[in-house]
Structure formats: C-alpha cells, structure tokens
Design a binder for this molecule. Sequence first.
Ligand SMILES: *Cc1c(COP(=O)(O)O)cnc(C)c1O
Length: 427
Amino acid sequence: MLYQRSSALFKDAQEYIPGGVNSPVRAFKSVGGTPIFIQKAEGAYIYDEDGRAYVDYINSWGPMIIGHTDPRVLNATVEQMKNGFSFGTPTELETEIAKLITSVVPNIDMVRMVNSGTEACMSAIRLARGYTNRDKIIKFEGCYHGHSDSFLIKAGSGAATFGNPNSPGVTQGTAKDTLLAEYNNLEDVKTLFEQNKDEIAAIIVEPIAGNMGCIVPQEGFLEGLRQICNENGALLIFDEVMTGFRQAMGGTQERLNINADIVTFGKVIGGGFPVGAFAARREIMSHLAPLGPVYQAGTLSGNPIAMRAGFTTLNIINNDRALFNRIDQVTETLDIEIAKIFEEKGIPAHINRLGSMMSVFFTEQTEINNFTAVTKCNHERFNKFFHHLLTNEVYIAPSGYETWFISDAIKDAEINKTLDAVKSFEA
Ligand SMILES: *Cc1c(COP(=O)(O)O)cnc(C)c1O
C-alpha cells in the first residue's frame, strides 16, 4: 500500500486534532483519500512517511519560493537561534527587514510585522476603517483574506471546497459590513459604491487571485478599482500574501504597475516561518498604535528567528532577480506542455497562469475569470487528476480551487517527471 504509514498517522491524528489537521484543506476532504504525512523536504522535493519523494508544487502554499531547506536560510536561522528565541523587545533585525521591504515594494514607507496573512489582512482593514472613519469594506467572491470574521463571506478555496462559504460563528452584525462583488466585474463595484455612499472604507482584493484557483485580473480591472477608490475617498488594499515577492520583488504593484494604499504580505515574507506584514505610506501607518489610535499588537510579532529566515530569503531573491524570470519560464513550460497533452488526449481543459502561479481547470469554458466559472468546472475529474499525479509522485494542491506554486528548485528533471505523469492520466 502506497500510503500505509500516512494512513495510520492520519487515523491517530483524527483522535486528537479536529479532522486530523491544523488547517482544513490538508485533510484531502474534497479530493478524498488520505493526506500524505511529510517527514522532510529538500529542494524541489517533499518526502512522505512511507519513503516516497514528490515533486512539490505546493511549497507550503507559496513560501518556499527558493525551494525547501535552502542551506543559506538554514544556517542563518540556526545561528540566530543561538542568541535566543524571543525577547519581546525591539531588535535591529526588525529595522533591517523593514528597510529592505520598504525599499523594494512601491508606494510604502512603513511596515508592521505580524504572525500570519490572516493577521495582516485583519489589521489592514482595521487600519483602513480607522483612517477613513467608515465601516464597510468590499471583497470579491472567491478571494481569501484569511479566516478573520469579516472575510469569511464567499472566501474561496477552503470555504468553497467544503461548501460552507458563510461560516457559522460569524455574526450578522459583522457580515453586514462586508459587501460582495464579482471578481473582474467593475460594474458590481460601482453599484456598491452608489448604494453605500461615503460608507465604504476600502476595497480589498487579491490583485492576482489564487484562492479560487488562479484567476488573472482582466485588462482595466485593477485600474478601475484604483480610480473608483480615488473618486470615493476609499482605500485600495492589495492582499499580496500570495503574490508578494513572487510576481515580482515589489509584488503585483510592480508587475502590473498599479499603486495600492495598503499592502498585506505573508507566505514568502517569512521564508517558511509564521510571518505576515502590512504596509502603507507614512500618513496611513501613522494612525497605528503607538503613533496613533488604531490598536494592533503581537507577543511574537517580529520574532528574531522568523525575521532572520524571512530576511535571508528576501535578500537571496533580491540579489538574484533573474529568479522571477526563471520560475515564470518553468510555469510557462508546464502550462504550454500540459495544455498540449490534454489537447492530444481530447480532454477539455483550460489553464490560467500569471507568473509562477497557475491552475488547470477541466472545462469546456474558454475563459475562467471569476468564482462562478470555477464552480462550473469538472471537479470530479480534477480529483482524479490529483490522485493520479500523487500516485506518480507529483504533489499539487488537493482541490480544484487552488493554485500551483512553482519554486526555483524545479528544473528540467522535475518538469519531465510531471509531464510524464500528466501523459499517463486517463480521464
Ligand atoms: C494564504 C493567504 C492568506 C492567509 O494567510 P495565513 O498565513 O494562512 O493566515 C490571506 N490572503 C491570501 C491572498 C492568501 O493567499
């Protein structure tokens, strides 16, 4: 049996951890079967408890952009640990990473570190509300901004996968301040602004969406959001937790040349450690405690081990910007070759890609531009595809509402192994 030890570990885990996992999508509930338990990872590969090595296209859901267990990050982090694990005081390192981030990301002067993407987005909307003195926010159907109450309204992958987009426990009072629009639909946004004049603090958006599968912003969509915010005195929040330091050193703002007012980060910024951040220009960030009245805090925020891992990772990328081109090229090759294979096989499929994010949708639709289009895809076939790849030691996200994350460790050998696996797929 392929997953013998994983099965036993999962059985045991379910006794003590709800669903056996500490984050729902890991349970393989939408694709079925047993999650693989991972023992270690290196470079392009993760190794399960049964001794199998998989080409990893999840990469911890994005953070491991330079591949797993990079020796430079490992050494720097181990050295840092020798000085202590956590102080709850300021450290020089926090200023160093803040200087680096503000120097490479457009349109921001100051940054506050937190411990997750969820925290970053939750704090960003509090700041936007405090700054504008308005209560409502607009989010897009299928976009995920972490699991804080205001965002658990049609929130993409996790929620979509489990068919309960509105989680129990989120009060009506909270939900009423979150307005929903369709992704890539500016008319929807304009209507909401007309109906809620002077009440909307901010629009929060994944500028390249990755939590309903990869959905690319259509020409003019982000520009339109920028303009609508300008006209209505609302802030534009780019949730770059997934896209930051992946689509370009300066994230989507740089790649697509659009300025946001507040930017949130996570994933790559921590190099695999629990880190998030939010950033804006000085005038906005000055509203944050202890400078201003908007409260936000964290016992472990700016933790030195996590900062060292993040700082080292960001420096590696910053000093080797050709990396972005390399991972984009690998993703493009996968896109083109996989599309070719499906065409030869007569399997209707559509691939969305921007940079080093992509998703394979099984569908006759020729465009996948929003959440509704994703729900119409053949998810049963996706699940079969997922398990076929897993059997062939290629590990993609266990849901048709997720993105592939390409790392710089993925080279020709891994591409070929992946394409061979796709070739032997029988729909
Ligand atoms: C992953 C993700 C989050 C949440 O980050 P966590 O670290 O899991 O809390 C928020 N926004 C986007 C766009 C994400 O991809």
